[in-house]
Write a protein that binds this ligand. Sequence first.
Ligand SMILES: Nc1nc2c(c(=O)[nH]1)N[C@H]1C(S)=C(S)[C@@H](COP(=O)(O)OP(=O)(O)OC[C@H]3O[C@@H](n4cnc5c(=O)[nH]c(N)nc54)[C@H](O)[C@@H]3O)O[C@H]1N2
Ligand SMILES: Nc1nc2c(c(=O)[nH]1)N[C@H]1C(S)=C(S)[C@@H](COP(=O)(O)OP(=O)(O)OC[C@H]3O[C@@H](n4cnc5c(=O)[nH]c(N)nc54)[C@H](O)[C@@H]3O)O[C@H]1N2
Ligand code: SF4
Ligand SMILES: [Mo]
Length: 790
Amino acid sequence: MAKKRQIADYDESKLRISKPDPVAAGARGVVVAAERALPRDGVARTARTWLTMNQVGGFDCMSCAWPDPDPGQRHPAEFCENGAKAVAEEATEDRATPEFFAAHSIAEMDSHSEYWLGQQGRITHPMVKRPGATHYAPIGWDEAFELIAAELQGLSSPNQATFYTSGRASNEAAFAYQLFARAFGTNNLPDCSNMCHESTSVALAESIGIGKASVVMADVEQADLLILAGHNPGTNHPRMLTHVEIAKRRGAKVLAINPLKETGLTRFKNPQSPRDVLGRGIRVADLHLQVKINGDLALFQAIGSLLVQWDALDHDFIDRYTSGFDAWAEHVRTVDWDQVVEATGLARGEIEAAARMIADSKKTVFCWAMGICQHRNGVATVKEIVNVALAQGNIGKPGAGLLPLRGHSNVQGDRTMGIWERPPTAFLDKLQEEFGFDPPREPGHDVVDSIRALRDGEVTVFVGLGGNFVQASPDSGVTYRALRRAKLTVQISTKINRSHLVCGETALILPTLGRTEHDVQASGPQWISVEDSTCSVHSSRGPLHPASPHLRSEVSIITSIAEKTLDQRMGIDWRGMRDDYRLIRRHISRVVAGCEAYEVNVRAPGGFLMPHPPRDSRTFQTGSGRAEFVVSPLELLDVPPRHLLLQTMRSHDQFNTTVYGLSDRYRGVNGGRKVVFLHRDDIAALGFDDGDHVDLITHWDQDAVARSVRDFRIVEYDIPRGCAAAYYPETNPLLPLDATALGSNQPAAKSIVVSLVPAGQSAENGGEGQQKAVGADWVHKSRPQPVHLS
Ligand SMILES: Nc1nc2c(c(=O)[nH]1)N[C@H]1C(S)=C(S)[C@@H](COP(=O)(O)OP(=O)(O)OC[C@H]3O[C@@H](n4cnc5c(=O)[nH]c(N)nc54)[C@H](O)[C@@H]3O)O[C@H]1N2
Ligand SMILES: Nc1nc2c(c(=O)[nH]1)N[C@H]1C(S)=C(S)[C@@H](COP(=O)(O)OP(=O)(O)OC[C@H]3O[C@@H](n4cnc5c(=O)[nH]c(N)nc54)[C@H](O)[C@@H]3O)O[C@H]1N2
Ligand code: SF4
Ligand SMILES: [Mo]
């Protein structure tokens, strides 16, 4: 039954700052999960989801990409607080019906927060905004598909359309989607990965020949040393801590590298263990390097230098499997320690202590995520981490390896299925063999290039398979205007978000089934498959009745659009794929390397492991056939006096742009989100006090545009000097579109040069999120010194 609770938006003035929670998870995590799930989903639905989540034959948690234990070793409650929140958000009994859309204009909805939008519940009907309309109105599925087909057929080039994917889409949906885009004639397949682990993918491909993690879960448990760099496990991959705990109880050490002493890096209580819940839990990090933002490249070069100096090297591995060692050793030997200390903010002794831990470990696992990737030098930093791993042979042996923690639950699978604007030639050849058409060969647009092309009128149709493109992307002002220029925007979504409101001349919302729901097609019940951070591929089937009888599955929507647009051209059996997903899996087994016998393997309890040559046999499919040591020059970001380097990150109560609630209890922030964390000495040096409200202004000398966000409360915090932190996506207006990582074009969301002015004083410069070109006069006044981002 459709229900509508009246939900008030939150009031930022209720923001309260308290002491951060000192322990991650524990009983409190269970209580919060229940508090969130029960009022919105009811007892029966909550029980049904919790009992089948991450179980064999059940559904895969749609939150993060952390793997599940082997089938025999799963706990009856194999999920965490944030997994439970993700399920509650999807399984909610609230509904956004046509009556809701009739009662709320697009402009009115746009005046609300992401939190309020999400609270409106599941979208029940396909909706359309026609040119000039102020409201969305219902539309039939067939008419919606015809509208899309007509617009696509009317383009003078297929490259005038772009097809975005967010990493929640299943392998089946992703395969069908990329097939459609390529049959239509374009490689414009941007995805959330362009903003997430693109730097990792680029770096690992060059260094070890494959852009994926080289470990399985058992390696984490068997390691001597776990390096947790630039990620926040207590919030963003919480069950990882259970396995970190197993390793620690075996005697493993943990080295944390993070400007913030995140609670999950400090102390953890396993909520599933009575011993932990009653006791004090475990101390996580044995050593925490509170590195300055963007200091990691210098840090890993310094560590490399010490390993070389101490001869703490695996010479046999280096000789047999690698190339480029001598040049790298020479480079790090001459590292300038003054520069290292300046870049990292760490004392030489601290770095030596960390290097000593690494030197003493026989099996090290290197973990990282956004704190490493989202920088100008993200690619170089990942390569430097790999250099240090290679120096000690920490790849392709039990208990050791590289573990980039993927973001979305199936972002890795989507790439495996060909969601990629630069597909490998071998993949396209297979596609051609299987389907008989000649796929486009020239690279397509990634996220940033799609925005540029929309901005410049070169792309006029945007299709989004999930996600919240306008809100997740950088430079909100530019991106908003770019999307508003589109002739047609199509969003395949479960819930309302900003991308439905900042839309093209004609806009469609196509409501879809979520991971928790039954999916029944003409041939009967269907299931889907996904791949986690450790290359494990398995099936998922939802336990719940769909939120509305009008919903269609992602596969059904994509194949219907394809059928209408391409008709019988190319002889692809879209209807067959829609009616029975086994046909898609048959195609996958013939096109995607490593997915042979896909149907059988993926159905096995626990699924199967994708091949990974470095992990499996120390085989490196690089140009030289060896793992590459890569030399990266050390370039420091120039942050002028009275300016700060801002990182934008997630609270404990959100999933990317979906704001579940307003409690970031691990950082002591409650009731609001517009905070900026600063060191007490910086607060004083800039002439402010804790609790003052400020505007943040970006400093970027490559265009004459003022970027600001307004009215953020200063929170005194344990953060290195010169650094600032605030939540995403509120800060996305600050991130210039062109501020991307070298080599990966990934937005540098963790190194934005900003200054602060008292709240309200940036208004004259265009106001919050506004992208007004301003005169050289203002640029000069607000920027005492030019910024060199090289
Ligand atoms: N509950 C929940 N789970 C999620 C998500 C979510 O939003 N909510 N998002 C998912 C997605 S898509 C992703 S990509 C992952 C993201 O997972 P994380 O990478 O953990 O995400 P962030 O919140 O961006 O946190 C980045 C961490 O890096 C640190 N950091 C920032 N700058 C630097 C730096 O220069 N050097 C170092 N060493 N550290 C730095 C920050 O202090 C912070 O602890 O999580 C996934 N899981
Ligand atoms: N400043 C800054 N910007 C960032 C980041 C940062 O750290 N700082 N992080 C970046 C990263 S790592 C990422 S991954 C991106 C995330 O970018 P996206 O993946 O585009 O964003 P999400 O917020 O995860 O998308 C949420 C929306 O997905 C839809 N959805 C949810 N479940 C489903 C489903 O099952 N099917 C379909 N079709 N739709 C569904 C809902 O409508 C929901 O509103 O943001 C990036 N942007
Ligand atoms: S660790 Fe990640 S995948 Fe596992 S239950 Fe928690 S949120 Fe879901
Ligand atoms: Mo991500």
